[in-house]
Design a protein around this ligand. Structure first.
Ligand code: GLU
Length: 267
């Protein structure tokens, strides 16, 4: 397994086009307000990775949580209208802060908002693919989220883990990195079971693993480990490896691009 792990991380280190997904729990404090220090450091690392010659696409969550906090709501709305309205507010704040920090490092950002019906329609999907490719050609950083303000059950991705895999496939990425609030995949939920064992490498997502991952996710985001594994499965079906790692220290992304094992690698 050691060889396979190192080989897998060497491949990730060589990846040219990378999709990085960041979840609400990484971007915000428990009260929903933006964790400015973390965002600043994440953007700086991504800008630097881009400077090193790689192409970076960011899939961001946080619109609903950040919008709710900005509106002074005591909790994340549960009804569709509340979520749609909060997302409209939060998406602005997110893009403002990303654009501000990327600009400080000389990079241009681009907002891309998607719903599932767009991807299900061949014509519209082609337009999305063309736009993403053109943005990368222009050297911009596409920042993608679900278009939560117009999204409802029938047309939504539902969680940004799935969206990140869709973006990885559409953009022809070489690697998908999912930043979350846990170090990676364990044999059971380490927040509940102290005997949970960390899994550095996943070669096949089977029922045992799915069962291990079925615990609830964080209260601030939408997905849990289950949706992350599902995303990794979608990516690996197209030959794209996924890393699930803790986003609390974005500088650990440097380790990944030096071929050092971090988090769980799913090949
Ligand atoms: N699109 C949602 C948001 O920006 C996040 C969905 C998720 O957490 O997976 O709030």
């Amino acid at each position: 397994m050691g060889d396979l792990l190192l080989e897998g991380f060497n491949k990730i280190a060589d990846a040219k086009r990378i999709v990085i997904k960041v979840g609400t729990s990484t971007l915000t404090y428990a009260n929903g307000k933006l964790n400015l220090r973390r965002i600043e450091s994440l953007v700086k690392v991504l800008a630097d990775i881009k400077n090193s010659g790689k192409e970076v696409l960011l899939v961001t969550s946080g619109a609903i949580g950040v919008g709710a906090a900005h509106l002074g709501l005591t909790e994340r709305p549960r009804d569709m209208g509340g979520k749609q309205a909060a997302a409209a507010v939060g998406q602005c704040e997110l893009m403002y802060i990303y654009d501000k920090h990327f600009s400080e490092h000389g990079h241009v950002t681009a907002q891309v908002l998607l719903t599932r019906d767009v991807i299900d329609d061949d014509n519209r999907k082609t337009n999305v693919i063309n736009t993403i490719h053109r943005l990368l050609e222009y050297g911009a950083v596409p920042i993608v989220n679900e278009n939560d303000t117009v999204s409802f059950e029938e047309i939504e991705f539902g969680d940004n883990d799935t969206l990140s895999a869709v973006v990885a496939v559409l953009s022809g990425a070489d690697a998908l990195i999912i930043l979350t609030d846990i170090d990676g995949v364990y044999t059971s939920d380490p927040r509940i079971n102290s005997d949970a064992v960390f899994i550095p490498l996943v070669e096949k997502i089977d029922d045992n693993l799915r069962k291990a991952a079925s615990g609830a996710g964080s209260s601030r985001g939408t997905g849990g480990m289950m949706t992350k594994l599902h995303a990794a499965e979608m990516a690996s079906a197209q030959g794209i490896s996924t890393v699930i790692m803790n986003g609390c220290d974005p500088s650990r992304l440097y380790d990944i691009f030096e071929g050092k094992p971090v988090g769980t690698l799913i090949i």
